[in-house]
Write a protein that binds this ligand. Structure first.
Ligand code: NCD
Ligand code: ZN
Ligand code: ZN
Length: 345
């Protein structure tokens, strides 16, 4: 049995760092293992302009622990008022790596997102022209669509029409949770990629609901049936270049998770690499872990893979704290519900 595994340093292609005391508390958890991350712009207020992205990047860099080698890759939050020229300038200067599309009301802090997709046509066309990727939270928000169907309906009614209408637009379907998402990404061309979270490889909807409601397993898009989890595992472990890691590590303080109206988001930054090594090993796919965490994402974003490496070692069970403390309050670390044996050296 393999007990040591050296990989190029991983990147996280979908990460929430928040701001202020929460940023200071969670950033070290990611910077410990990851070289780069795509930073989500759903702050309050959202990161909409190039100028806002520049000051947010400065706050992230200022919060980095001494000596940490971590590069935040910034994104802009797409609104119906986004100026195509501001986006193009922010991309040309190297400040932003992608633009983020939230359908209005789909998830945490998405109220400023898009309602009428015709209003962002000019921005999407500019992005297609300059090759700037669009990261998509792929769920419809119509009240009549069942929450478990919202991703599949989004693909057919929003995403596919946008891609057909905007040839050359590069799209990352983020945090895919269904076999439909897997199939759609597989069937696409090289302008389409899909990120998969750590937690969606581990939990299905039973984990959230059976035996009592588990708020720390609630995230959006919500975990689906077991057959979907298995499709995600197969995709993540296939080595196929279209699929790469985006943890969607999304910290909320416990008081807002363990609440009558609990926030969506799982916090996985602390133990993601251990969990991934364990699940890839469970399925006999450790050889494809590096492609998923360290190679496929840079290839899609047309960035070099990291030169530095990390080494994972298998040993006796490793444990992680149940919570991390932040200046904003305690944040519960995702519990995969099985023993972990791999740790990053
Ligand atoms: N994934 C989540 O459940 N929550 C994210 C938002 C998002 O990525 O949709 C958050 O910002 O908390
Ligand atoms: Zn999302
Ligand atoms: Zn997210």
């Amino acid at each position: 049995m393999t007990d040591s595994l050296t990989l190029r340093r991983p990147d996280d292609w979908h990460l929430h760092l928040r701001d202020g005391a929460m940023l200071a508390g969670v950033l070290p958890e990611t910077a410990r293992h990851f070289a780069r991350a795509i930073i989500m712009p759903n702050l309050v207020p959202p990161v909409v302009t190039g100028a806002q992205a520049a000051t947010y990047r400065d706050r992230i860099l200022a919060a980095l622990p001494e000596g940490a080698a971590f590069t935040p890759l910034m994104t802009l939050y797409l609104t119906e008022d986004t100026d195509p020229d501001d986006v193009a300038a922010a991309a040309a200067s190297g400040l932003v790596t992608a633009v983020k599309l939230y359908p209005a009301g789909a998830t945490t802090n998405s109220a400023s997102g898009v309602r009428d997709f015709d209003k962002v046509r000019g921005v999407l066309e500019k992005m297609a022209e300059i090759g700037l990727p669009l990261c998509v939270h792929g769920e419809v928000t119509s009240p009549e669509v069942d929450i478990f169907d919202r991703e599949a309906v989004f693909i057919d009614t929003v995403l596919d029409p946008i891609r057909r209408a905007t040839p050359g637009l590069r799209v990352v379907m983020e945090h895919i949770t269904t076999a439909n998402g897997v199939d759609y990404v597989k069937a696409g061309n090289d302008d389409l990629g899909g990120t998969i979270t750590t937690h969606h490889l581990v939990i299905n909807r039973n984990h959230i609901l059976v035996g009592g409601i588990k708020p720390h397993y609630y995230c959006l898009p919500v975990a689906k049936r077991e057959e979907h989890r298995l499709a995600l595992r197969a995709a993540a472990m296939s080595g196929t270049s279209r699929f790469f890691l985006g943890t969607d590590s999304a910290p909320h303080i416990d008081a807002l998770k363990e609440n009558a109206c609990g926030c969506a988001g799982c916090f996985t930054a602390t133990n993601t690499m251990s969990i991934l090594a364990e699940v890839f090993e469970q399925d006999g796919k450790l050889a494809n872990l590096e492609a998923f965490t360290s190679l496929n994402g840079p290839a899609f974003y047309r960035l070099p893979a990291n030169e530095a490496t990390i080494t994972l070692r298998r040993g006796d069970a490793v444990s992680y704290p149940d919570k991390i403390t932040t200046g904003a309050g305690p944040v519960t670390v995702f519990n995969p519900g099985f023993e972990l044996h791999w740790s990053v050296q």
